[in-house]
Each structure stands twice: as structure tokens, then as C-alpha cells.
Write a protein that binds this ligand. Structure first.
Ligand SMILES: Nc1nc2c(ncn2[C@@H]2O[C@H](COP(=O)(O)OP(=O)(O)OP(=O)(O)O)[C@@H](O)[C@H]2O)c(=O)[nH]1
Ligand SMILES: [Mg+2]
Ligand SMILES: [Zn+2]
Length: 360
């Protein structure tokens, strides 16, 4: 995994996209201000961000006569980046509406353009924030106020233990509990079943909960029970079936799904934005866009170490304070590996990730 170098042309393109994005954001915050001055907005109330497209946001009303209805919104310029799951203070359009403003919408809002445009004025405190690295290794927020992460894997696209480790480190750093969910159980044959069992056993041994399901076979009662009243996000490689699971649990969701490509067996990045759905039982389920690989990421060595749960009892016990846990004598982690307290493959993968940390 080498540091990705951009050609001059690519750098220019990235710059241009960036500038366009800033210009669009400026235009929208100007239109947010114009809307706030226009007298076409109702009183401030609480709302829930259910999806985010570029600079526009879908907010679901949480109170009043519009409760449950979704409105496309602009946001005030001074707000930080909002994500799906955020609780916000916003002003809905008045019933008379401000339909002309809807022309600014880049994509049709769920509720239809006739409902007009609202304005988000404040972000309420978050209980948790899920981040993930973008292709350049920068951590980007994806969803907030999450109780549980369902890390979805499947026999195809084939999971790599390194990828699972990275997701788990990200979960540990965020402080949100993960469950590893093997989907497409219907595709398992003797060989892939043995491989998946071995993979999951590694994680079960260090305390992670796992589940085996199949969106194709249906019968996801176990998953429904798992979600319960919680706000749950589905994450995982593109093509593992996150959106398919959502569609089985919530047929009205009608999330787009796409076959994984024939030769590479990789997903096609079908879902492009995180979206929140309500479960009939009171919980909430967020579908998120899959990724193919993590690329670089900007975590430091201490953070990486803290993401390996089974290493925790041994940290700070090495003979040398600056132990790199490689050839040093008296390395507590290596002793733990040799005594079987830490699985050797996990320790090797830790070393691989450590070597690939993006150091300034
Ligand atoms: N056999 C089988 N195929 C499945 C199952 N679940 C999903 N698929 C198929 O896997 C492919 C990818 O499914 P998606 O739901 O689009 O995957 P995704 O994880 O949402 O992918 P992204 O949106 O790109 O991140 C589709 O062709 C699905 O029909 C399953 O349980 N069994
Ligand atoms: Mg999807
Ligand atoms: Zn050590």
C-alpha cells in the first residue's frame, strides 16, 4: 500500500472540484440567509438528518403537524459538517412555501419539491460520531448518534482479515460497539464455509459478537431483535449486501442494489450517501456507502494500538518505553503472542498496519 501520488492533471481536477464545491456552499448559505430573511419559514423546531447530498440535507420533522415528513434543507454557513443521524434545530418552510427555492435542489428531495426548502440553524450535541477514511486517508464523518455498528462481510466479495481489523480499530476508536455480520450465508460451500468460520472464530475469540444471515433467504428476525430500539449503521465493503439487507428488513426502503462485477467480484459502489430508515419496532437503520479499501489513514501508533482490544492488558508492560514491539527484548506483546494470549495473525496484521500508517 504505497502513498497515492496524484498527477498534475489530477491535482488540478481535485482543486477545481474543491473550488466548485466551495462556490456552491457559499451560494447555498447565501440562500439559507435569504430564506431566513424571507419570512417563508416556520418557527425553530427539532429535526433529524436522514440523508446528506453534497451541500444539501434532508431533514425529518420530529414535532408539530409535519412530524415524520422530510424536507430538503439548506444550512447556515457557520455550522460544521452535518451527517446522517444528526439532531438539529431547523425552520421548516411555511405551508405557503417557498417553492421557487426548490429550483436550487441538485436532486429531488424525498418529500417532493412542492414542500419547499427549510433551513438548519443549529446542531444538537452528538452522542457518537462514526468516521471513516476517504481515499486520501483523511477521516470523514459518516453518521452520528449511533448505538451499534453492523460490520457486514460476505463470502463474496472476499473479506480480508486486514480490512476487518481496520474496521474494528475504527469502531474501538469511535467507542461504538460492533457486531460482525456475515451476509450471503446461502452462498457458502464447504470450502468457503470453513474459511468464513475460521475468520469469524478469530474475532469471537477476542470477544466480538458475530451473526450469520442471508438477505436472499430472508428471515432476518434475529437481525430485527439485534437492532431493537437502537440506531444501527451498516458498514462494510461495497457489494457485501448492506442495501439488500435494508430492503428485506424494510421493503419500502427500495434502496438501489447492484450485482458485484463478474471477474473481480468487487462491489460497484451503488450506495452513494448514508441514509436513515425507521424500523417498525422503534429502532433506526442507516445504510452507508461501501468502500473497496481503506487506503491510508491518519491514526497514530497509540490509536492503532488502542484499537486492538486484546492488546490492552499488555500495553505499557514492555521493557523499553519506546518499544516498537518488533525485535526488542522484553516486549510484553511478543511474550503474549508466544504464550497464546494474542493470536499471531492479529499481531502480524497489526505490524502491517503499523508500517503503513501515514506518518507526517
Ligand atoms: N446470494 C446472495 N446475494 C446477495 C445477498 N445479499 C445481497 N446479495 C447480492 O449482492 C449484490 C450486492 O448487494 P448490495 O446490497 O448492492 O451491496 P451493498 O453492500 O449495498 O453495496 P454498496 O452500496 O456498493 O456498498 C447484489 O447483487 C445482491 O443481490 C445474499 O444474502 N445472498
Ligand atoms: Mg448499498
Ligand atoms: Zn513491545
Amino acid at each position: 500500500m504505497s502513498k497515492r501520488k496524484l498527477s498534475r492533471q489530477q491535482t488540478h481536477r481535485v482543486q477545481r472540484i474543491q473550488e466548485e464545491r466551495i462556490a456552491r456552499a457559499a451560494k447555498r448559505s447565501a440562500s439559507a440567509d435569504a430564506l431566513l430573511d424571507s419570512g417563508t419559514l416556520g418557527a425553530e423546531q427539532e429535526g433529524l438528518v436522514i440523508a446528506h447530498y453534497g451541500t444539501q440535507i434532508d431533514v425529518e420533522a420530529q414535532q408539530g403537524e409535519n412530524r415524520g415528513q422530510v424536507f430538503r434543507c439548506h444550512m447556515r454557513a457557520n455550522l460544521e459538517h452535518l451527517v446522517t443521524g444528526d439532531r438539529v434545530i431547523w425552520q421548516p418552510p411555511t405551508p405557503a412555501g417557498n417553492t421557487a427555492e426548490a429550483d436550487l435542489a441538485e436532486t429531488a428531495p424525498i418529500a417532493g419539491p412542492e414542500t419547499g426548502i427549510g433551513v438548519i440553524t443549529a446542531l444538537l450535541p452528538r452522542s457518537s460520531l462514526l468516521v471513516r477514511p476517504d481515499p486520501y486517508g483523511k477521516l470523514k464523518p459518516v453518521a452520528s448518534n449511533i448505538d451499534l455498528i453492523l460490520l457486514v462481510i460476505a463470502p463474496y466479495p472476499e473479506p480480508s482479515a486486514l480490512l476487518v481489523d481496520r474496521y474494528l480499530v475504527a469502531c474501538e476508536l469511535t467507542g461504538i460497539k460492533p457486531v460482525i455480520l456475515l451476509n450471503k450465508a446461502d452462498l457458502l460451500d464447504a470450502e468457503s464455509r470453513a474459511a468464513m468460520d475460521a475468520l469469524l472464530a478469530q474475532y469471537e475469540a477476542i470477544g466480538y459478537a458475530t451473526r450469520r444471515v442471508s438477505a436472499s433467504a430472508g428471515q432476518l428476525e434475529d437481525m430485527q431483535t439485534l437492532i431493537g430500539q437502537q440506531t444501527v449503521v451498516l458498514v462494510g465493503q461495497s457489494g457485501v449486501g448492506k442495501s439488500s439487507l435494508v430492503n428485506v428488513l424494510l421493503p419500502d426502503a427500495a434502496q438501489r442494489v447492484a450485482e458485484i462485477s463478474g471477474n473481480s467480484r468487487l462491489g460497484q459502489h451503488t450506495t452513494t450517501t448514508a441514509r436513515l430508515f425507521h424500523m417498525p419496532g422503534g429502532g433506526h437503520l442507516i445504510d452507508s456507502p461501501g468502500i473497496r479499501e481503506f487506503g491510508l489513514w491518519h491514526v497514530d501508533e497509540a490509536q492503532l494500538l488502542s484499537g486492538y482490544v486484546e492488546f490492552q492488558p499488555f500495553l505499557g508492560q514492555c521493557r523499553f518505553r519506546n518499544c516498537a514491539h518488533r525485535e526488542e527484548p522484553g516486549c510484553a506483546l511478543k511474550v503474549a503472542v508466544s504464550e497464546g494470549h494474542i493470536a499471531a495473525p492479529r499481531f502480524e496484521r497489526f505490524q502491517t498496519l503499523r508500517q503503513n500508517l501515514d506518518r507526517p
